[in-house]
Design a protein around this ligand. Sequence first.
Ligand code: SF4
Length: 268
Amino acid sequence: MSAVNTSAQSRFHSVETAPENSAVQEQAIAVFRGPHQPATDIAAKVQALETLLTGAAAEFDSIALASSLAAEDNVLFDVIARLKLNIRVFSLNTGRLHQQTLDVAPALQTKYGQTVQWFEPQAEAVETYVNTKGRDAFYESTALRKECCGIRKVEPLARALKGAKAWVTGQRQAQAATRAELPVREFDVDRGIEKFNPLANWSEADVWTYVRQFDVPVNKLHFEGFPSIGCEPCTRAITIGEDIRAGRWWWEDPTSKECGLHNANLKK
Ligand code: SF4
């Protein structure tokens, strides 16, 4: 194991090694969805998920999972790795991610022997934004926030999806007002390719039941009040009773909280 991996492992909890495993998980889940809410027919959902991803990989010879390394994306990663599906996995390193998020990639590689491909923003565009607007100018207005997301996420996503005929996301309907009508499959008009949201109708409990059953590596921050994780300066921990996306761009109107990767959600 490399030095990087060793370092990552020391900060990273797999579900199996998280302290007081199930109690910690239940506490983490309770923070954002309230006490006990059992998974709904998880066996059928896993079968449907496997069928959907297998079919998507067969239908499209160039298809990619855009992973934010959150629990949902790691569930998808697990299916792709277990079934050896020809679906490329990439992540966007915005330059503002938590170290705990970066640590998930080597943990996945250690468990599955499969790498996450990184895409980073154009250095010149970042420099111009930082020098003309300020490194943290995104707090000042939604326009400046979207400009930062455009540079650090949307442009790299376009490069990551270059040549792809379809892409896969870990979005769920229950995550946000903007995702309430999210379909399992849609045509991404902005990019002119097919888009799959295989977990669209999965609950938080479904995701964590899968994580436990298949021992999927997860971001340590999920155990510290972060059900939804983005860039470090734009994500805060939430408390019991808050919406699961309340910690993302918490200073903005909930109906406009998308980073530009999933703009179609705002039109639904
Ligand atoms: S989430 Fe925040 S730091 Fe990250 S790209 Fe968007 S505005 Fe910039």
